[in-house]
Design a protein around this ligand. Structure first.
Ligand code: NAI
Length: 304
């Protein structure tokens, strides 16, 4: 099949539904052979169902594309290796890994259990490491490859009740940058996407008050399929010079996110005491302090 990804093999984790399903369909439509990985879990990561991954493979085949289902979990090293081996056994190579699988276990930090913390870190941060690491030797030896990693403004900016998820998603940003740096000399690229999309993952927002109902109606305009063109582009050779970046997509808006750099400094001959920090440094730095904002405070306008 001709297209921007002709001849390439893409592995999309969590591709049985939501954003990942649209990635798999769009990549196949652009000529990639796609491994559709999905454990078929609930939003909180419980249960298993081979149905969703197989259904997406059928959809791709019905469009004339090539795809294979895999239902291993990203959250363990052995099974993550098996996902990558599935791609190699079926299609003989691997060109793009999209780390998209995800779960939520929201809870205020002061009530969050160790199990809720670990479950979310395992799927998002550890899962991204395991699958990426399993593909790395193949990328290195072929001198090409790319990672597309899903992050979130819950990590980049902040959100209530998501300490596990925010930490995992910001961890993925650091991991993505490290992969970009460590593998640049092998022409391997790594980028992040922070999506905004109406999927089952944000379908649990309460709709009790009129305000909440209105907000959710707006969120429904953010279709999951709107995220896919950027992922296809990042996986293609057209993005050969694009690595180590963090993008955002919300309906018809595309964003490039900033990355941490010093924004102001103060210097004091002879060094600082705690008292001098209180009297001089903090008043000088305070103008640049960030307010305790959440994602929705920064993205304060309606999706376009
Ligand atoms: P979704 O819940 O529809 O899709 C996630 C998929 O991952 C599910 O099909 C699930 O079965 C699969 N999965 C869960 N655990 C797995 C495991 N251990 N191994 C393999 N597959 C597993 O959610 P959605 O919204 O499509 O999310 C996709 C990605 O985008 C996630 O990483 C999410 O954190 C991220 N994201 C989504 C946002 C949104 O607005 N929907 C906002 C910010 C980030």
């Amino acid at each position: 099949m001709a297209g921007m990804l002709a001849g390439k093999v893409a592995l999309v984790t969590g591709a049985g539904g939501g954003i990942g399903r649209d990635f798999a369909l769009a990549m196949a439509a652009q000529g990639a052979k796609v491994v559709v990985n999905d454990i078929g879990a609930s939003v909180s990561g419980e249960g298993k169902d081979a149905g969703p991954a197989h259904k997406v493979v059928e959809e791709i085949k019905a469009q004339g594309g090539a795809a294979l289902a895999n239902t291993d979990s990203v959250a363990e090293w052995e099974s993550a290796n098996h996902i990558v081996r599935t791609a190699l056994d079926a299609f003989g190579r691997i060109d793009c890994v999209v780390n998209n699988a995800g779960i939520l276990r929201d809870r205020f930090f002061f009530n969050m259990s160790v199990e809720e913390w670990k479950a979310v870190i395992d799927v998002h941060l550890n899962g991204t490491f395991y699958v990426s690491r399993a593909a790395a030797p193949h990328f290195k030896s072929q001198g090409s490859g790319c990672y597309v990693n899903m992050t979130s403004t819950s990590g980049l900016i902040g959100n209530l009740g998501q300490a596990n998820y925010s930490a995992a998603k910001l961890g993925i940003v650091g991991l993505s940058k490290s992969m970009a740096l460590d593998m640049a000399k092998y022409k391997v690229r790594s980028n992040c996407i922070a999506p905004f999309a109406w999927s089952r993952m944000i379908g649990s927002i309460p709709t009790e008050t009129e305000d909440q109902k209105a907000r959710v109606e707006k969120l429904k305009s953010m279709h999951t399929a709107k995220i896919a063109p950027l992922a296809v582009y990042l996986a293609s050779d057209a993005a050969a010079e694009v690595s180590g970046q963090i993008f955002g997509v919300r309906a018809n808006e595309l964003f490039l996110f900033s990355q941490h750099r010093p924004i102001r400094s103060v210097h004091r001959a002879g060094g600082w005491t705690p008292e001098a920090i209180a009297e001089q440094a903090i008043p000088a730095l305070r103008a640049q302090f960030y307010p305790l904002e959440r994602s929705q405070d920064v993205f304060s306008w309606d999706p376009i």
